[in-house]
Every structure is written in C-alpha cells, then in structure tokens.
Design a binder for this molecule. Structure first.
Ligand SMILES: Nc1ncnc2c1ncn2[C@@H]1O[C@H](COP(=O)(O)OP(=O)(O)OP(=O)(O)O)[C@@H](O)[C@H]1O
Ligand SMILES: [Mg+2]
Length: 336
C-alpha cells in the first residue's frame, strides 16, 4: 500500500536578496514517482539540497515516517534513506566506479578501519548487473559517458538501499535509448516500493514516468495533482502563471509561396531521406529527443557539415551549399 513517507511543511530558505523557497509544502508517497516541476530558479534544487542535508531550512519542518526530523548534515539524511542524483556532477572522476559508489559509506571488516574492497567490488558488480549496466567496477569515472555516470549515481543510491531517490534533471543530456533504460530502472525502483522524486523540464518525461506532481513558481508552491488527470496546459499555467496561449499568442499570418525545399537529404550514418518544404510566413518546428538528428539536419543545410545525398532548393532554384558562407550569401542564418 502506498503511504506518505516524507512531508515538508511550510519550508523556507533564503539566500541574500532571494527567497529561494517561501513557505512550501511537499509530500511524497512510497511506490510513486513524484515530479517536481518549475521554471529555472523556481527553487527545485534548493528543495533537493534541504532534503539531503546540504542546506538547512530557515522555517518549517521535515516529517519522515510521521516523525519530525532534522537533516543537519548530508550523512544524517543519507542514514535516513535519502539519496540524490544532483544536477551538477558530484563524483570523483579520478576514482573508480566502486570507490565512488562506496564513498562515504565504505564497507569495513575490522575494528581497525581496514576496508573490505573485495566485498565492495563484489556488491558493485552485482548492482551493476542487476540493472543490466555494462560498466566495470574498476573503470575510472572520468572514462564513462554522461549517461553511465548518471547510472553509477543511481547504483550508489541503491548501494545505500535508499528508500527515497531524488533525481534532479536526469534526462537533460541523455539520448533516447539511455532515457528508456533510465525509465526502466525508475519503474523497477517504484515496484520495490521506493519513492522517487523526479525533476525535469521535459513534459515528455513527466507524462511518461511520473504519477503525481508538485509545481513551484518563484519559490512558492503553485500547484499539485495527479499527472494522468491533468492537462499539459494546466501544468504550464501553474509553472508560469499564464497559459501557453497567452504567452505565445499566435498571430495570423498568411502562409505564402514555397521558399526552401529539402528533398531526400541524407548524411550516411547520421540521417536519411529528410524532406520538407518551408513557406513564406511559416514557422516550422522539428521535434525529437537528444540524438534524433535535428541539429545535424540543420547544420547540413547550413553547410557546417556535408550531406551525402539529396537536394536543397531556394525559391525554386537548386542551390549547393558547401560552407556556412554560401548559406549566408543565399540569405540564411543559423542560430545554434
Ligand atoms: N547557494 C546559493 N546562493 C545564492 N542563491 C542561490 C543559491 N542556490 C540557489 N540560489 C538562488 O535560489 C533560487 C532558486 O534556485 P534553484 O537552484 O533551487 O532553482 P531550480 O528550480 O533548481 O532551477 P533550475 O531549473 O535552473 O535548476 C534562484 O534564484 C537561485 O539563483
Ligand atoms: Mg535546479
């Protein structure tokens, strides 16, 4: 059964001149993925730092398993079963995966402080295999990809048997495949009755993985609810205080003649047969996750990279762009 595991009441945290958190309430339950949503600077990471004992709140209380607690240091929060994968890297690049995972909670076997590296390596190997991660316990963290580092941080949380796992923007630099693996791991943690706090700017993530959500705006709680029962526009409204339609009113523009036409544009191994037409007065959106090839297509059209096939025509005439200067001369700009 789901039950409330952690609750914050009226928590405030001030920095010089800034109310990073202003009397917020927050509640999470076991077996749920709880999305924490808000614009840049809304106070999300500050909340994470309060939960992990990095910052102390100015007002309010933290209630864990129904009892009021104080997380005066990160070790106290860790011992209470809370682990976080922070937005900024917190690992030691020159150390191995095992050393990073057991940093701060080494396994020892003697009262004289001798550490049991064999056991730590063995458990690390087991945890990595359990999550189907192809990472060696002896690998140096500096040699891992960003996604692998995130996975190691998750393994670290599991090595402490954390009951509450907080992920601050875990998908921002992952590819589609890596995100799917992460989702799978999150579903596993959920099935094990852990509580997961998931911070993301991406609505795809929130609708895919989260059960419930809390929204912060300017350090205050501006909404909460069940993800499946809430429309995207309502969440955006809670985030920014206005609906998307008001933020970006779409003015009526007559869509005119064809300007740019791209046919079967390809770059071997990167993308294949991309075709589209852009008209005067039109805004054309390209969607896709990290690694889908959106930027690569645009860079090829602009002459930063060379295509291996296809045609590009401007106002009905074929053009050959091999450098950015060619593109600029024909009236294009590229804002990365
Ligand atoms: N250590 C600090 N010293 C001073 N101000 C800080 C500190 N940490 C955060 N702030 C400020 O507090 C506010 C909330 O920051 P926080 O990092 O919690 O936002 P966030 O919601 O995590 O944003 P983002 O989506 O950009 O990660 C911001 O105005 C930020 O500049
Ligand atoms: Mg943040």
């Amino acid at each position: 059964m789901e039950r409330t595991i952690l609750e914050l009441k009226n928590v405030s945290k001030y920095f010089p001149g800034i109310k990073a958190l202003d009397g917020v309430d927050f509640k999470i339950r076991t077996g749920e993925v709880h999305a924490l949503i808000g614009e840049n600077g809304a106070g999300k990471s500050t909340l994470v730092k309060i939960l992990t004992g990095i910052h102390q709140p100015r007002t309010g209380s933290i209630i864990l398993d129904g009892k009021e607690v104080e997380f005066k240091t990160p070790l106290i929060s860790q011992a209470a079963g809370i682990a976080a994968i922070h937005q900024e890297a917190t690992m030691f690049p020159e150390l191995t995966v095992t050393e990073n995972i057991y940093m701060g909670h080494h396994l020892g076997k003697s009262p004289f402080g001798i550490l049991d590296w064999r056991q730590m390596k063995k458990s690390t190997k087991g945890l990595l295999e359990n999550l189907e991660l192809a990472i060696q316990p002896d690998a140096l963290v500096k040699n891992l990809s960003v996604a692998q580092r995130h996975m190691v941080e998750i393994v670290k949380a599991l090595s402490m048997d954390a009951r509450i796992v907080i992920m601050d923007e875990p998908t921002s630099s992952l590819s589609l495949k890596e995100i799917e693996h992460l989702y799978k791991i999150i579903r596993r943690l959920k099935a094990e009755e852990r509580a997961i706090v998931f911070i993301s700017h991406k609505f795809e993530d929130i609708y895919e993985i989260a059960d419930s959500f809390t929204v912060f705006r300017d350090g205050k709680k501006s909404g909460e609810g069940v993800v499946a029962a809430t429309e995207l526009d309502d969440i955006v409204n809670m985030m920014v205080g206005r609906s998307i339609k008001h933020m970006f009113p779409k003015s009526d523009v007559e869509i005119g003649k064809e300007i740019l036409k791209v046919e079967n544009l390809s770059r071997t191994g990167i993308f294949k047969d991309v075709s589209f037409v852009l008209h005067r007065g039109e805004i054309l959106g390209f969607f896709g996750l990290v690694g889908a090839g959106r930027s690569e297509v645009m860079q090829t059209i602009f002459g930063i990279e060379q295509g291996t096939g296809g045609r590009v025509s401007l106002k009905g005439r074929d053009i050959h762009i091999s450098t950015p200067q060619d593109a600029i001369n024909s009236g294009m700009v590229y804002i990365p």
